[in-house]
Design a protein around this ligand. Structure first.
Ligand SMILES: Nc1ncnc2c1ncn2[C@@H]1O[C@H](COP(=O)(O)OP(=O)(O)O)[C@@H](O)[C@H]1O
Ligand SMILES: [Mg+2]
Length: 236
């Protein structure tokens, strides 16, 4: 399977996703090359799991030729009181030295709405640090991208500071294009997979679901090949 870093823009299928890329890339590259333009601190990529939010952030950084500083929100959320705030401040500082895209992935784990009971305490500290950093961000050096599948859980103040982009579910055309690309990568025929998708497109609500289907088909085809060649492994 592809890891995100291997993917190039050509492998980004679907007009719906390419349009998002163009929009984000244009804004960030303009702001990076023009310090007077400081309209947008960053983006919230919202949408269901497996629709390409994380990949999009990686592609934007890659096409801008700047490093992607990656924050796994679940890891930070497990840190002790104070530690996570320090880590976030450090990352922002780092991103201000050189140009960078700062990605907070699956951010709902971190910044739950301050009015909600569960987010009392250290979460408030986290939000305050983040707002401070965002308000002082040099947008000619850093763009912040947060991804989430639960945008309504995010603090309103955060939603006000970042530009939200909704990632749609992939169209049937996009699902098929991705299936063909993945089958091609694995050197297997795509007819069976395409048929399965066309028969029930509503059951493929993410790109990841298509990748899983392709992978299963790959394993099936390998098994058929192996048994034909009599080289199937006997488990004892
Ligand atoms: N536009 C696209 N074209 C082809 N493959 C894609 C596209 N967007 C995402 N993918 C692939 O789909 C899978 C899920 O993408 P990911 O970015 O992890 O989704 P999310 O972050 O929304 O859960 C990954 O394997 C990724 O490489
Ligand atoms: Mg993701």
């Amino acid at each position: 399977m592809h890891s995100g870093t291997e993917i190039s823009l050509e492998q980004c299928k679907g007009e719906e996703y390419r349009a998002i890329f163009q929009k984000v890339y244009r804004i960030v590259s303009l702001q990076f090359s023009n310090p007077d333009l400081r309209g947008i601190k960053g983006f919230i990529f919202a949408g269901e799991t497996g629709v390409g939010k994380t990949l999009m952030a990686k592609m934007v950084a890659r096409e801008l030729s700047v490093p992607l500083l990656f924050v796994d929100s679940a890891t930070i959320a497990r840190k002790h009181f104070g530690e996570s705030e320090q880590l976030i401040s450090k990352l922002f500082e780092e991103s201000q030295h050189n140009k960078a895209v700062l990605l907070f992935d699956d951010v709902e784990a971190l910044f739950l709405d301050r009015t909600k009971e569960a987010s009392e305490g250290w979460n408030t500290g986290m939000n305050n640090v983040l707002f401070h950093q965002l308000d002082n961000l040099d947008t000619s050096k850093c763009a912040v991208i947060m991804t989430t599948n639960l945008i309504t859980f995010l603090d309103k103040a955060l939603q006000d500071r970042l530009y939200p982009i909704q990632f749609p579910l992939p169209s049937l055309q996009t699902l098929i294009a991705i299936a063909q690309m993945r089958c091609n990568d694995l050197k297997i025929g795509s007819e069976g997979v395409e048929q399965t998708i066309r028969a029930a497109p509503e059951s493929f609500r993410s790109i990841r679901a298509v990748e899983k289907l392709v992978f299963e088909d790959y394993i099936n085809q390998i098994e058929v090949l192996a048994s034909r060649q009599g080289s199937n492994v006997v488990l004892v």
